[in-house]
Design a protein around this ligand. Structure first.
Ligand code: PGA
Ligand code: ZN
Length: 430
């Protein structure tokens, strides 16, 4: 492996107009990699900590010039001239250099930017694609395209639509190919727009490109989605199903769920999830409970399991292998959301995914609400055969960057199938 020649970083804007970090890494053999780092708004408490300057005269304190300095100073000085024979060796070196549990010293954004840029440069150096490079690290048996989970109605912290549920996702699992799945989702998104207009709703959008109509209830949004699927010419449940992310952390207070005017216990929140899944073609529920309610999650998981619904842990696991292991031991969730920036390196992300693979948990590779045009997660989801990828609406540049990259990859890997069987158990119920 070639040596590290140079590291460069810069402060750029994310999709919300907030600053984020971009990193370029150059090897002595001429190979280069560039990557930018996403950022979340509805975060888990145990996520790796991104560096923010706190200087109120710039970007209301959210600047990342300190992270730029860390990459070009501390990290560059330490790694320049070194050769790392693997992604793991590079990532471990960075995490040791930082030396903190949550990466706050150098910043998880500084570390992840370097880690992703290294992954890209290493692939160029090995003269293979990023997909092949990551697939060989992860020892992926067979490349599989992820079923896209497209967030088309935004609520919670991501929009002022008035609904407590954060994400309403279209899941076009009835498609034969990734391009068909993306087309089905995009057509339904357009049908939803027409439907909203015809009903007099505004078609303003939220952080992830989904619509943010003024609705009073989650049921109201789900009814609109079922109608939009039908109007687009598809069969709800058989061809396109629905997924929800409650992001329940955001409405959990003093042991209760303050949801759309209700004050519910954990069991009542779970009962509500089941009731919704009976009324609507829902195959996946993410963060139906809060990360502070582990006991509730045990019952919640059992209930969703019995009904064939995918139960996804996001804020509760924050892509950390040790927290996830505890969840596996306690029978919590049957799927895990995978966000590189929750843990802060490519290597640690793969470690968590290995655990999921070993314990038959499903995986969903995910974007953040604050995104850039970097489509790393599309390559990553294919390379790891993750099965599912959520990247927001099939609209807005930073969201379609990921879906469009999957379309390109379909040309490169025409034999890789779409992971349509992911919801087999769930969709049989319909
Ligand atoms: P975030 O939300 O990117 O704003 O944290 C995404 C999610 O909860 O899945
Ligand atoms: Zn989530």
């Amino acid at each position: 492996m070639a040596k590290i020649l140079a590291l460069k970083a810069r402060e750029i804007l994310d999709s919300r107009g907030l600053p984020t970090l971009e990193v370029e890494l150059q090897l002595t053999d001429g190979a280069c990699g560039r990557a930018s780092v996403p950022s979340g708004k509805s975060t888990g408490s145990k996520e790796a900590v991104e560096w923010r300057d706190g200087d109120k005269t710039r970007f209301r304190g959210r600047g990342v010039l300190g992270a730029v300095q860390h990459v070009q100073g501390t990290i560059a000085r330490a790694v320049q001239g070194c050769d790392f024979d693997s992604q793991e060796a590079f990532d471990r070196y960075l995490t040791n250099l930082d030396g903190t549990m949550d990466k706050h010293r150098l910043g998880a954004n500084a570390i992840l930017g370097c880690s992703m840029a290294f992954a890209r440069a290493a692939a160029v150096s090995k003269k293979c694609s990023l997909v092949q490079s990551i697939a060989s690290i992860y020892e992926t048996e067979k490349l599989v395209f992820p079923v896209p989970m497209m967030n088309v109605i935004n609520g919670g912290k991501h929009a002022d639509s008035g609904v407590s549920t954060q994400e309403f996702m279209l899941i076009p699992h009835g498609a034969d190919t990734i391009s068909d799945a993306i087309r089905m989702g995009a057509e339904t998104y357009q049908a939803l727009r027409l439907l909203l207009e015809s009903k007099g709703f505004r078609v303003a959008i939220g952080d992830e490109g989904g619509f943010a109509p003024q609705l009073k209830t989650t049921e109201g949004a789900l009814e609109l989605l079922v109608a939009a699927i039908e109007q687009a010419g598809y069969i709800p449940g058989a061809q396109i199903s629905l997924g929800l992310d409650f992001a329940a952390n955001d409405f959990y207070q003093d042991g209760h769920y303050l949801f759309e005017g209700h004050t519910w216990t954990s069991d009542e929140m779970t009962a509500y999830c089941l009731q919704l899944a009976q009324q609507f073609p829902i195959v996946s529920i993410e963060d139906g409970l809060s990360e502070y309610d582990w006991q509730g999650w045990e019952t919640h998981t059992k209930a969703l399991n019995e009904n064939g619904i995918q139960c996804v842990g996001d804020d509760i696991f924050v892509t950390h292998a040790n927290i996830f292991q505890r969840g596996i031991d306690q029978g919590i969730a049957n799927a895990i959301l995978i966000k590189l920036n929750q843990v802060g390196t490519v290597t640690e992300t793969l470690e968590t995914m290995r655990l999921a693979r070993a314990h038959q948990y499903k995986t969903v590779v995910s974007h953040r609400s604050g995104e850039t045009d970097d489509a790393f997660i599309a390559d990553f989801a294919l390379a790891t055969a993750a099965g599912q990828m959520k990247a927001g609406a099939p609209a807005r540049g930073e969201r379609v960057a990921k879906y469009n990259q999957l379309l390109r990859l379909q040309e490169t890997f025409p034999d890789a199938p779409l992971a349509a069987g992911v919801y087999q158990k769930a969709s049989k119920k319909q």
